[in-house]
Design a protein around this ligand. Structure first.
Ligand SMILES: Nc1ncnc2c1ncn2[C@@H]1O[C@H](COP(=O)(O)OP(=O)(O)OP(=O)(O)O)[C@@H](O)[C@H]1O
Length: 267
């Protein structure tokens, strides 16, 4: 893993403000995501984790603030230039958000067709097969429709589509939600392996404490409309914010920490 804190961050958010009607979701929110890291983003339900991700990827226009990705200012950028930047990231939305009327292979080919309209069907099929293998799906998954896949397989198909354009950055919104513990652990392992082998930077929204312990280099905590803390789990444990203490030191947090300790000890 090659996490760099000295270089310019891959994602830099400053003074972000988001509102829906009278409801202020974010105010004065700052966040850096470093090159090569897996950053876990946690926070209670409705604290604005998904809205933060949507702001960064350009699906939500903030009321105030600056967002740069790969050193490029994202807000107010013209569509043609934004498209070139978007090409450098992949997104796995909650529930995978696959097109239900397309096969897995066709889903993976959607972004490729958008950016490279001239590619032959043979080449598109080869690329889809490669992404399917990278995502740990069985070889004939390409011909299946999403409804024919288990929840875990759907998420892997979503990852395959997110990897379609060889991204440098992945956004994952609750990737292990709804998976059984074994499926979730396998998915964590996949994300870690992809980061290591492809040199990805990963922005990962999760409620899953096991995921935080297993693969996240740092964790950003959303509360009170902003990122109240960001650091390694030991760094966060040293803070006395009530939500952080409850989250990491409540029964589930203690269980996840114990599993992580056992795995490190190899027992
Ligand atoms: N398009 C929208 N219109 C109005 N309100 C919205 C919209 N999108 C999000 N919100 C509100 O913004 C707040 C933050 O939502 P968001 O989905 O980002 O929370 P979250 O932290 O991801 O929650 P969860 O962990 O439950 O997924 C919520 O109160 C939500 O109702």
């Amino acid at each position: 893993m090659a996490v760099s804190d000295a270089a310019e961050p891959i994602i830099r958010v400053r003074g972000l403000k988001n509102m829906f009607g009278d409801q202020i979701v974010h105010e004065d929110l700052d966040l850096d995501v470093r090159a090569g890291e897996i950053l876990g983003v946690v926070g209670g339900s409705g604290t604005g984790k998904s809205v933060l991700m949507r702001s960064i990827i350009g699906l939500q226009t903030p009321v105030e603030g600056d967002i740069t990705v790969f050193g490029e200012e994202m807000i107010g950028r013209d569509e043609e230039h934004a498209k070139h930047i978007r090409r450098r990231w992949g997104v796995l939305f909650q529930g995978a958000a696959l097109f239900s009327t397309l096969t897995v292979a066709e889903n993976i080919q959607v972004p490729i067709r958008e950016y490279y309209p001239g590619l032959s069907d043979t080449l598109l099929d080869e690329i889809a097969a490669y992404k399917i293998a990278m995502s740990g799906l069985f070889a004939d998954a390409g011909s299946k429709y999403p409804a024919e896949l288990s929840g875990g397989m759907k998420k892997r198909a979503g990852i395959a589509r997110a990897l379609a354009l060889d991204p440098e950055l992945l956004f994952l919104d609750e990737p292990t939600a709804g998976l059984d513990p074994i499926g979730a652990a396998g998915f964590d392992q996949l994300i870690g392996e992809l980061r290591d082998s492809l040199g990805l930077t990963v922005f990962l929204i999760t409620h899953d404490l096991d995921t935080l312990y297993a693969i996240c280099d740092r964790v950003a905590v959303l509360a009170d409309r902003k990122v109240i803390a960001v650091g390694t789990i030991p760094e966060l444990l040293a803070l006395d914010h009530p939500w952080i203490q409850e989250y990491f030191k409540g029964p589930r947090g203690r269980a996840a920490a114990a599993i992580s300790e056992r795995e490190k000890a190899g027992t």
